[in-house]
Design a protein around this ligand. Structure first.
Ligand SMILES: Cc1ncc(COP(=O)(O)O)c(C=O)c1O
Length: 379
């Protein structure tokens, strides 16, 4: 049964367990058919109350910081990978306790830490992030290959041989992409780094593989991976975040006030776009709202906005068949990835609760936030 939103409080991020399992089944199939390992990128989705389920399907986690590595290690299991643009001297030893794969952003970063890693008791397999100078991501904010990027080394900077002690290569250039964008990207990777692929033991192809989106050509992805594995004798790793939590849940909200602003109904909700769904402003994109359409010219437009002082704290204009009233519910769709991991307490706004709509059609409230959570970030 679909979620009964009457049982879900406002405001609340609510995950639909059955939908998460559906995504994980797809990923399990990709792993089995292609031989690749898929790990969860915690930067995109780190709702650890769901890790018991995810662990049944995915191989491990990948972290972009010490804290994510620790969360992955403590809450998911000991297959933990890491990549960060820079690591810190005073964190490396702890990071090494949690991780079994670490990717460095530059040969200089590797030089800085290689002695510690190669002389440690624990076997940690290390990689360098490469920049194939090819990305189809149109928004510069999400394009790691723009001129001036700090993310990864270009072929001319790395040379003919893998740096001593390096076993893997890592690239991340996709964003909500299909397998055909991956195919074109691989052409660029092979053209520039093909010689190194023969030397490497593994290739991490980053995130951005939206294999759980309707219409994604899974068979094509599987074939691409199989070809790579065969040609270069490589272990292939994918580390999606979005694809894991794609279309698995909602953010519930309530209409608190409606202000007639020169012909536009400016709606104040009990959530904030800026604090709780910042990607809508950063990308920008307009999320789907259940029961609403985009407002067309001539239709009454409801501009759904948030609680903070930021004038631009709104998601856009929507049309509702039935005029909105104070107290009505607003349900934002697809609000699991890059939301909970990015929220803030800007303006001291209340943080939405977190809940799960279980497969047995019961609702479980897993977390509520209070004043202490806000205060603990400050001093
Ligand atoms: C290095 C790296 N790996 C994985 C991911 C996850 O990407 P996505 O959530 O788009 O699948 C990202 C996202 O920015 C990333 O930077």
């Amino acid at each position: 049964m679909p979620i009964n939103f009457d049982q879900v409080p406002s405001a609340c991020f609510v995950l639909e367990e059955a939908k998460l399992r559906r995504n994980l089944e797809i990923m399990k199939h990709v792993q089995e058919a292609s031989g690749a390992n898929i790990i969860l990128a915690l930067k995109g989705f780190a709702m650890f109350s769901t890790f018991g389920l995810i662990r049944q399907y995915l191989h491990g986690t990948t972290a972009s910081s010490l804290y994510e590595a620790r969360l992955g290690y403590e809450e998911f299991g000991d297959e933990v990978h890491a990549y960060a643009p820079a690591y810190f001297e005073d964190e490396m030893e702890e990071l090494m306790r949690y991780c079994n794969h670490i990717t460095f952003n530059s040969p200089a970063q590797w030089e800085r830490f290689k002695h510690k890693i190669l002389s440690g008791d624990k076997k940690i397999s290390c990689a360098i992030r490469i920049n194939p100078e090819y990305s189809e991501v149109e928004t510069d904010l999400y394009n790691p290959c723009v001129i001036g990027t700090r993310l990864g080394v270009t072929a001319d900077q790395i040379g003919e041989k893998l740096p001593e002690g390096i076993e893997g290569l890592h690239f991340h250039t996709l964003c909500e992409s299909d397998s055909y964008a991956l195919e074109r990207t691989l052409k660029a990777v092979e053209a520039r780094f093909g010689h190194l692929l023969y030397q490497a033991k593994w290739l991490n192809m980053g995130g951005g593989h939206l294999m759980t989106r309707e219409g994604y050509d899974i068979d094509h992805l599987v074939q691409l991976i199989r070809n790579l594995r065969e040609k270069y004798d490589l272990n292939i790793i994918l580390e999606p975040g979005s694809a894991v939590a794609w279309q698995t849940g909602y953010l519930t909200a309530t209409v608190e006030d409606i202000i007639d602003s020169r012909g536009i109904y400016a709606v104040v909700l009990d959530v904030s776009v800026s604090a709780h769904m910042p990607d809508c402003i950063e990308m920008p994109y307009k999320p789907k709202v259940l029961g609403a359409q985009d407002a067309k010219p001539g239709q009454p437009a409801y501009r759904l906005g948030g609680l903070t002082c930021l004038a631009g704290d709104y998601v856009g204009d929507y049309f509702f068949e039935t005029p909105l009233q104070v107290g009505d519910s607003i349900i934002f769709n697809d609000m699991m990835h890059y939301t909970m991991v990015k929220t803030t307490f800007f303006n001291g706004v209340r943080h939405p609760s977190i809940g799960i709509w279980r497969e047995d059609d019961t609702f479980e409230l897993v977390r509520q936030f209070g004043y202490e959570d806000y205060r603990n970030k400050l001093s």
